[in-house]
Write a new protein. Structure first.
Length: 163
């Protein structure tokens, strides 16, 4: 039996078409079976090594520890899936990924602590203050002036911390 079709909280208990798709892949999933898809490797050790490179040694204790106390296992999942998975994919340099992160977090808004962390991470891997500032200015016509200004305020405060 497919674990995704196993009854659980919020899952249907009947065998309706919503619960099982073709190839018994789960709710409403149609297409190739899992064996024919390229694997998405997750490298936990590489994730922790990259996080240490990006965020520095204090991150594990200062950020991951309290998060794990609140939501056990969630911090490890984030590091493994994100830094040991998505970040490990070929195709973009770490610098390019950081530019994308700055843009996404600025566009999202309301994530000031994460944006400040990524400004620090960007500086740590070699982006200059001028490049970070230009990324945020460049976003104004796409995400709106208020969000670009909010991003610039976070960057300025983060720059001042490291001065």
């Amino acid at each position: 039996m497919n674990p995704a079709a196993t009854p659980g909280p919020g899952r249907h208990t009947d065998a309706s078409p919503v619960d099982a798709g073709p190839n018994d892949e789960g709710p409403g999933v149609a297409g190739p079976d899992a064996a024919s898809l390229a694997p998405a490797p997750l490298d936990r050790a590489a994730g922790y090594a990259l996080l240490a490179e990006l965020a520095g040694p204090g991150t594990r204790a200062d950020t991951l520890g309290p998060l794990d106390e609140l939501a056990p296992g969630f911090a490890d999942w984030i590091v493994t899936a994100l830094f040991g998975g998505t970040y490990q994919r070929p195709g973009l340099a770490l610098r390019d990924r950081q530019v994308a992160n700055l843009a996404a977090l600025t566009a999202l808004g309301g994530v000031e602590p994460q944006l400040a962390d990524h400004v620090r991470n960007s500086l740590r891997i070699g982006l200059t203050r001028e490049e970070i500032t230009e990324v945020l200015v460049h976003l104004a016509p796409y995400v709106g002036v208020p969000k670009a200004l909010a991003g610039l305020r976070i960057a300025a405060a983060t720059f001042a911390e490291s001065a």
